[in-house]
Design a protein around this ligand. Sequence first.
Ligand code: ATP
Ligand code: MG
Length: 399
Amino acid sequence: MVRYGELSTKGKNRKDFIKQLGRNVRAVLHQFPTVEVKPQRDRLHVTLNNEDDKQVITALQGVFGIENFYPSIQIDKDMATIKKVVLQMAREQYTSGATFKINTRRQDKNFEYDTNQINNILGDYVLSNVAGISVDVKHPDIAIRVEIRMNGAFISSEIIHGAGGLPVGTGGRATMMLSGGIDSPVATYLAMKRGVKIDMIHFYSPPYTGEQALNKAKQLTSVLAKYSGNIQFIQVPFTEVQETIKEKVPEGYLMTIQRRMMLRIAAQITQDRHCSGVFTGEALGQVASQTLESMLAINDVTTMPVLRPLVSMDKEDIIKISKDIKTFDLSILPFEDCCTIFTPPAPKTRPNLEKSRKFEAYIDVDGLMKRAIDNIKITDIKAGEEFLNQDQDVFAELL
Ligand code: ATP
Ligand code: MG
């Protein structure tokens, strides 16, 4: 029995939210053919039938929009049956000296007993049939939950926390600038958590960057697809842009102009795909390129919203999330991405906006952009798909 998260506060959008969550839950459970998913007004029911409960629970824990869920037993709404199941659950969980509590909710107002009566009847029954057990309504060791609903009684004793957030797809669609680093996958996760459907944009520079770096970005995408369903991965050839910049632009501004070109191209792709914003993994103060002055000089190229979920986070907290979402081990694989190779030894930490504009005029911005965009390649990436095959041990656990 799945409880909705923030959905309950969303008034008139509620219907769309529930429908989208139902679709997303069905999508992550597609490999369990007998599972039934029924989104209802105040709860979503996932009926296990013959499927493995542990695997289904793990899959549900990754779905945004779920506050928590109770693995429950559905039985007839008949007091004798309810008593039997509740007692059995209490016995299964009882350890010497344990306390318990019965917590009843009643949706079916025509049921013969009200919540207080049900709590009392079941409480008394457990007390007189489990030697040594006692009641503690504030901090019970065993909390048995009884829901009397129209379609039956649901008994549970375990509550599992969900991923929270909003169902992916209810927050519009945006692109993400994905490198192979630690930050951008975490930023992607946080964007998805707010319900945004993400298309990935990844710049690569063959032959300076190898197939492995590209595959690493795809592999990260397939890990992130667990939280959102399939992701469109857009790879953008960036070699010509970088070589031209290297040749024409003063060294102190290489990085700024590269970033301006990346953002210009990303913004154009974003617009072409009818997406409404570009996410990045930038955080303030992390590296030379991530100062406010630098953001001002780079952001200058577009009026498209540029969204930076990590902007004020500490590196430690970012790393913690990347470990939790299983992108960390991939991110630290040592395949150089296109930026590291063309990064000058001392990039300007405080680039000047006017100078950035001036130096950028040394290159053929429109021609370079057009050729890069004409040669993008798009792949539809599924959760768990494999792209890196060098050291299977590293990934076996992640997928
Ligand atoms: P990350 O850990 O995400 O790589 P970082 O701390 O290494 O970030 P930068 O390398 O300066 O910082 O990159 C800042 C942001 O620019 C990245 O988070 C990402 O959004 C974008 N970016 C960098 N390189 C690429 C790339 N090759 N393709 C797409 N986006 C990129
Ligand atoms: Mg990086």
